[in-house]
Design a protein around this ligand. Structure first.
Ligand SMILES: [Mn+2]
Length: 317
């Protein structure tokens, strides 16, 4: 991407009076970390800003800066720049209507690495090959010669670590590793990040993983694996991050085209996580068919219905 777009975005940010940062509902590590990184930059610039996110970030990210600014209320008045981070789909901001009905002088800058779905940004900083949105923010920092402190280094590395599942996914490039390494020289705490985002699994999460494993089946015709968890198998204490962790672990299954992890939610809906480690498969195409989206190797969807077991097979009713 052209450097000038990054420079233009920075000069608009510097001239802005009040900036609104937005990331997606149920924010994952990259969503939280890229938003915190942008907040840190706005602090350097002494800008007035607010952060909108429908859901609170998980306690796992408590070491990141400016989490107290995350708010589920949003006031568009006085805002002159809106920065949307890591939102593959505008729907996931929960502000689609407000964004589409914004005043003409309210500009949108988008930082994202998901495939493009909506065309709404005035400045779109999208690099689909990047492993994380924080990897794009790294380029923004470098091109605009913004000093990388320890807070920024922790944010950038957190997005990379969580979105690549500790450098496991093929989106990990030599650039990803180089940036991660550079962040360590700026004081990023790799053991703290791994410990907080990866290793601290609760007893409930471990037991749920066991239940999920015991339902694992492979459809021989399509060489496709499925795992289901019905509501009665789900403890109230289980978190979205726990479920993400289970989906990530299931992607370790060898020699299958892909895996679908389907679990019931309370509101008569089912959440599906799709994963593949097969280089020839773009699993996001299946997610789109089912009304969802995401990346080639990891995507998801939500559909209405319930799981019912009939004649040894699970069906969606
Ligand atoms: Mn991301």
């Amino acid at each position: 991407m052209n450097d000038s777009l990054f420079q233009k975005a920075y000069s608009l940010i510097k001239d802005a009076k009040h900036i609104l940062l937005i990331t997606h509902e149920k924010p994952d590590g990259d969503a939280v970390a890229s938003t915190c990184a942008m907040a840190e930059i706005l602090e350097f610039l002494k800008k007035q800003y607010s952060i909108f996110c429908l859901d609170k970030p998980s306690y796992q990210y408590n070491y990141l800066p400016h989490l107290k600014k995350f708010n589920s209320d949003c006031d568009f008045n006085q805002v002159d720049i809106i920065i949307v981070l890591d939102c593959g789909d505008l729907k996931r901001t929960n502000l689609k209507k407000q964004i589409n009905q914004r005043q003409k002088n309210q500009l949108i800058i988008e930082f994202d690495h998901h495939p493009k779905i909506d065309n709404y940004a005035d400045i779109e900083l999208r690099i689909s090959e990047s492993a994380s949105t924080t990897e794009i923010l790294y380029q923004f920092l470098k091109i605009n010669k913004i000093k990388i402190n320890k807070n920024l280094a922790n944010c950038i590395l957190t997005g990379i670590i969580t979105d690549t599942a500790n450098f496991l996914y093929p989106s990990t490039s030599s650039q990803t590793i180089n940036i991660a390494s550079e962040m360590l020289t700026y004081g990023a705490k790799l053991p703290l990040i791994i410990e907080s985002t990866w290793r601290n699994k609760s007893l409930v999460a471990m037991k749920t993983l066991g239940k999920a494993m015991s339902s694992l089946k492979i459809n021989k015709k399509y060489n496709f694996a499925t795992v289901v968890l019905s509501q009665e198998n789900l403890d109230n204490a289980i978190t979205d991050e726990d479920m993400e962790g289970i989906a990530g672990f299931l992607s370790n299954l060898e020699n299958v085209s892909g895996i679908m992890f389907l679990h019931e939610q309370k509101n008569n809906s089912l959440k599906g996580s799709l994963r593949t480690s097969n280089n020839n498969v773009d699993i996001s195409r299946l997610a789109y068919l089912l009304g969802g989206g995401g990346h080639a190797k990891a995507s998801g969807f939500t559909i209405e219905g319930k799981l019912e077991k009939t004649n040894k097979i699970w069906q969606v009713q």
